[in-house]
Design a protein around this ligand. Structure first.
Ligand code: SAH
Length: 215
């Protein structure tokens, strides 16, 4: 697995691009600047790895656009040591960004092939994120409560099980909406258990699906 000067240079340009698009959190920008995104993609796409675009990763899924990864991560306001649950491991790239911010990362993927691939790959890169094969709608009750929850697929509504696995004062960032377009929502859990909701603009995600896929 090679991370050349050329890759590093392209990555620096990518960081400049997403900074220009409005990302201000230096920790998030550092993480994007550090992680070798080209290694998370199929080799035929290597030359595109540092464009600010989503790309196919197999099993009909995509690695999110770097700006979108940075935007969701910035909204989540991750602090070192926090327990963060990600729904939709995909390539594992977002999980690594969260880990670079010092989070203890738990992540769930419903496509068995992607789960197996990302579990092996993250271990090779020495990331410690705990990866689970399962239905993200159900969360991980055995490891709850979480400080933060990040959903990286478009959900029709806020999954109730996930809301119940969030600490008071915790946040859930989720692209909400059916069909091709979602509104990025941030929910903050109040003392009485109810959620305060904020909207943060429109994005496009693959859908959060209900059944497990074991191929
Ligand atoms: N975070 C990923 C990109 C996510 S794409 C990355 O950094 O590469 C969305 C992912 O969510 C896909 O891999 C898809 O298979 C997964 N997914 C969809 N519905 C799910 C569910 N109910 N539970 C867990 N994962 C789900």
């Amino acid at each position: 697995m090679i991370d050349s000067y050329k890759h590093k240079g392209l990555r620096k340009q990518l960081v400049d691009t997403i900074r220009e698009k409005g990302i201000v959190d230096e920790e998030v920008l550092n993480a994007i600047g550090k992680i070798p995104r080209h290694l998370f993609m199929d080799s035929s796409f290597l030359e595109f790895a540092y464009q600010d675009k989503p790309f196919p990763i197999g099993s009909g899924q995509t690695i999110s656009q770097p700006y979108t990864v940075a935007f969701q991560t910035e909204l989540l306001e991750v602090k070192p040591g926090e327990k963060v649950l990600e729904i939709g491991t995909g390539s594992g790239y977002q999980a690594c960004v969260l880990e670079e911010l010092g989070a203890k990362v738990f992540t769930i993927e419903r496509q068995k092939k992607l789960y197996l691939k990302s579990k092996k790959f993250l271990a090779e890169l020495n990331y410690k994120a705990k990866i689970f094969y399962g239905d993200g709608y159900k969360g991980l009750p055995a490891f709850a409560p979480f400080d933060k929850i990040l959903i990286t697929a478009g959900a029709p509504e806020l999954p109730a099980d996930l809301a119940s696995q969030l600490k008071t004062g915790g946040m859930i960032v989720v692209p909400l909406g059916r069909g091709g377009i979602q509104i990025m929502a941030r929910f903050i859990k109040k003392e009485d258990g109810s959620m305060r909701k904020e909207d943060h603009g429109t994005f496009r995600f693959v859908p959060l699906l209900k059944k497990l896929a074991d191929d």
